[in-house]
Each structure stands twice: as structure tokens, then as C-alpha cells.
Design a protein around this ligand. Structure first.
Ligand SMILES: NC(=O)c1ccc[n+]([C@@H]2O[C@H](COP(=O)([O-])OP(=O)(O)OC[C@H]3O[C@@H](n4cnc5c(N)ncnc54)[C@H](OP(=O)(O)O)[C@@H]3O)[C@@H](O)[C@H]2O)c1
Length: 439
């Protein structure tokens, strides 16, 4: 027989959309196991959503009372009878003001808001620490995958060398579909939209912005330095063609939109862009809308966390886990454990300092000695060739696929400029970074 704490933990929820609804459903459906594990009763006390009548209907269909709804957010963020505020409206404002107000009023906060945490995480964590309450944000990165607690707690004994992830399900779905069906980007994007994986305006996903916010959060936690979203170098997947995917496959590679963060003695590298990784790398096998985060740390070695990075119930799983942690802290007077761990202040490397191999696809004049001209031009910039394959002929042009040896991005950019000025080169069609580092 489990002896429950007397105290009931009252939750106030701001936002009752996909994640808010899923959170309420999970708290209701799994109430018994949650109660026993939390050692206390967790109750949704109040809900605020600007689409009140729609949200009420949704709540009633889940067996919740419409009386839970309030028409003023102050009845949650400033109310004496709320212990934990769950912010699931998204965006910067008014979410930031709501969270700050809740913290000032002594409430612990659980949020899924990556936009906010990637830009103002340090400020909000410091505010929570000052008041002695918790601010948890597991759902802000990779949905249901518990990567934040893993980095902050379970792996806290390690120095992290590298964090590499597929942290956007929409782009992973599109690239996986392109690889599986041989279809073009636009076709697979439309398919992702039809399935609800991509929004009507897919910019945040396909331009890599969503992934950059998540990598800013992960890199900050792993390397204990403040890294905001605007410090992350970003390229999206719009320019990846079915030809690049097919040629990558032929060469033993898979193209993924990766977030890569590396720790150096004096600096940190954080970037999001398409990468050709060896098809035998664990991240290459992560398909559809799945997310995965691959970490390399001194004591642990290499490990990969895989799962659903979005969706109603996987995200609710992370939110409710955080509510349980906050609730336990409240019951046992342990609140305010969320310290802001950005105690280092390392320089963020410029993309020009990155060193890797490159895949280039060029349209060139279909005649002899072309390769000699190309090798000579790029050689002057310290770029040398590892692999060369001649592919299709298109009119009087030939398609060349090249993989370079490792070189600094700065040299590669200059070499590409020189190639574009070469009479035998019609166009440098694609440039994709190649990461062989884990092979
Ligand atoms: N969906 C996922 O799979 C997922 C996964 C991980 C993290 N997240 C994060 O979770 C958060 C919520 O996402 P979601 O997918 O649940 O969004 P959603 O389905 O759009 O739900 C948000 C709800 O909050 C309402 N709302 C927006 N602004 C409000 C305000 N100022 N005051 C009161 N209500 C407001 C929205 O109404 P309107 O529709 O009228 O704006 C909507 O009903 C975001 O930060 C998101 O990035 C989502």
C-alpha cells in the first residue's frame, strides 16, 4: 500500500491545443500510475486557452469539466491555489511574460517552448533559481525523447565531446521519403503537409530554424555555455534533389538534416545543415518523422536516443514527466533545483572554421581534360579529391560528382568561387558537407 503525501499538486495549463490536450489526456488516463509514482495527487485545476469554446468542447470530449476553464490567465499565473503552470501556447510573447509572472508568484513552470528556451532560457532559469522554483523544458527538444534530463542529470558526470541529432521530424520525413521513393523535394513536402507532418507554411522546418533552436538548447546544456538560436549556423533542405540522394546512396551515404555541436578547448561549433553520413551510422537508419540524438562523452562513449520527436502523446509524455518532477519537489520542499548551468563562456566558431569532406555535383563541358582543369583549380585552394564519378550527360554537358578530402570550409568556399569562374564548368549545382567522423 503506497502512502501518498497529503498535499495535492494543482496544475494550471495555458494552451489546450495538441500538446495541452495530450497532457490532460495522459494525466487522466494514467492517473493511477502517475499518482503512485509521484507519491502525490496531481490535478488539473484550471485551463486557459484563447479559443475557449473550442477548447471546452475538446476537454468535455475527454471527460473533463468545462468548469476548469478560466477567461483570465491571471487566475493561473497569479493564483494562490496553482502550484505548477504548464505553458503550451508557444512563441515568445505573451508566453515569456506569463512564465515570468508565474515564477514571480512562486510557481514551478513546465514548458514545451523551444523558441523561448533557445533565446531566453538563461534569463528564465535564473529567475526560477532566484525564487526557488523549478523550470522544466524536456518537451522543447525532440518531443518524447528524454534527452534533456539525460544530459543534465543521468550523464552529468561526463564531458561531452559531441552532440549530433535529427531533431526535426518534418525534414526527416521528407528526406526519408525522397530516398525511399526517388521523388523530388516538392512532392515529398506536399505529402508531409497532407499527413500533418508539415505546416501550411513549412519555413521553420525546411529552412532548419526549428532544428537550430533545439540545437542551441542541447549545446548549451551539454557544453555549459550560453548558446542562443541566432548563434547557430543554419541551412535547410530545399536545395537537396533526388539526384543528390541517389548519388549519395551509390557512394554509401545517406543525406540527413543534422544538428552538429562539438566542444573544443577554447570554442564550440554548432551548426544545422544537410549532411551526407555513412549509411552504416546509427543516425542514417532513423527514418520517417522519428528524431534521434547521438552523443559522444568521455565516460559513456557513444550513445543514441531515438523516438518520436513530436505529436500529441509523445510530447505529453515529456510534459507530464516534468510535472511529476516539479510536483515531487513541491511536496518534499525541494523546489528550485533548476540551476542555470551556463558557467562557461566559450567562443562560437564561425562556419568557415569547420573542417570536413565535401560532396560537389557539377555540370561541366563534355570533353577531355576537364577533370585536370578542375583538380588544378581547387588544388590551388588546398582542396584535393577523394572520389570522382562521371554521371549523366545532359545536352552537351556532363555531370560530375566529386568527394573531396577533409578541408576547411573557408578554402572550400574559395574553391567553389574559382570553379564557377572556370570556362569548363557550367554550374556547381550542389555542395553538401560529408561527415565520416564516426566511421
Ligand atoms: N505539437 C507538437 O508535437 C509539439 C512537440 C514539441 C513541442 N511543441 C511545443 O508545444 C507548444 C504548443 O504546441 P501545440 O502543437 O500544442 O500548439 P497548438 O496545437 O497550436 O496549441 C496551442 C493552443 O494555445 C492557444 N493559444 C495560443 N496563444 C495563446 C495565448 N496567448 N493565450 C491563450 N491561448 C493561446 C492556441 O490558440 P490558437 O490556435 O487560436 O492560436 C491553441 O489552442 C509549442 O511551444 C510547440 O513548439 C509541440
Amino acid at each position: 500500500m503506497i502512502k501518498l503525501a497529503e498535499r495535492i499538486v494543482n496544475v494550471g495549463m495555458i494552451g489546450f491545443g495538441t500538446v495541452g490536450g495530450g497532457t490532460a489526456k495522459l494525466l487522466t488516463d494514467n492517473a493511477e500510475i502517475i499518482r503512485d509514482r509521484a507519491d502525490t495527487r496531481i490535478k488539473i485545476k484550471r485551463i486557459y486557452d484563447k479559443k475557449e469554446s473550442w477548447a471546452k468542447e475538446r476537454a468535455v470530449s475527454m471527460g473533463l469539466s468545462p468548469e476548469l476553464f478560466t477567461d483570465s490567465v491571471d487566475n493561473i499565473i497569479a493564483a494562490d491555489d496553482i502550484d505548477v503552470v504548464v505553458e503550451v501556447i508557444g512563441g515568445i510573447e505573451p508566453a515569456m511574460t506569463y512564465i515570468k509572472t508565474a515564477i514571480i508568484h512562486g510557481k514551478s513552470v513546465v514548458t514545451a517552448n523551444k523558441d523561448l528556451m533557445a533565446s531566453f532560457g538563461e534569463e528564465l532559469l535564473a529567475a526560477a533559481e532566484a525564487v526557488g522554483v523549478d523550470l522544466f523544458f524536456e518537451a522543447s527538444v525532440a518531443g518524447g525523447i528524454p534527452i534533456i534530463k539525460a544530459i543534465k542529470e543521468s550523464l552529468a558526470a561526463n564531458h561531452f565531446h559531441k552532440v549530433m541529432g535529427i531533431v526535426n521530424g518534418t525534414t526527416n520525413y521528407i528526406l526519408s521519403e525522397m530516398a525511399a521513393s526517388g521523388a523530388d523535394f516538392d512532392v515529398c513536402l506536399a505529402q508531409a503537409q497532407a499527413l500533418g507532418y508539415a505546416e501550411a507554411n513549412p519555413t521553420n522546418d525546411i529552412d532548419g530554424l526549428d532544428a537550430a533552436r533545439k540545437m542551441a538548447i542541447l549545446a548549451s546544456l551539454a557544453f555549459n555555455s550560453r548558446i542562443t538560436a541566432d548563434m547557430v549556423y543554419v541551412e535547410g533542405i530545399k536545395n537537396i534533389t533526388k539526384w543528390d540522394i541517389a548519388y549519395a546512396n551509390e557512394l554509401g551515404y545517406t543525406i540527413k538534416l543534422l544538428g552538429i555541436a562539438k566542444d573544443y578547448e577554447d570554442s564550440i561549433e554548432v551548426r544545422v545543415h544537410p549532411v551526407m553520413i555513412s549509411s552504416s551510422h546509427p543516425l542514417a537508419t532513423v527514418n520517417d518523422a522519428f528524431n534521434a540524438v547521438f552523443v559522444e562523452a568521455d565516460a559513456l562513449g557513444k550513445a543514441m536516443f531515438l523516438g518520436r520527436g513530436a505529436g500529441e502523446m509523445p510530447t505529453a509524455s515529456a510534459i507530464v514527466g516534468d510535472i511529476i518532477s516539479a510536483g515531487k519537489h513541491i511536496v518534499h520542499n525541494l523546489g528550485g533545483q533548476t540551476s542555470c548551468s551556463y558557467f562557461k563562456n566559450k567562443r562560437i566558431r564561425d562556419i568557415k572554421e569547420v573542417e570536413c569532406k565535401y560532396y560537389l555535383r557539377l555540370m561541366v563541358a563534355d570533353r577531355t581534360m576537364v577533370l585536370a582543369h578542375i583538380a588544378d583549380a581547387i588544388g590551388r585552394r588546398d582542396v584535393s579529391l577523394d572520389t570522382v564519378i562521371q554521371k549523366r550527360s545532359v545536352g552537351d554537358l556532363a555531370e560530375l560528382v566529386l568527394i573531396t578530402h577533409e578541408v576547411k570550409e573557408d578554402s572550400m568556399l574559395q574553391a567553389i568561387k574559382d570553379l564557377n569562374n572556370l570556362a569548363v564548368v557550367d554550374d556547381v549545382v550542389s555542395v553538401i558537407r560529408v561527415d565520416d567522423s564516426d566511421n
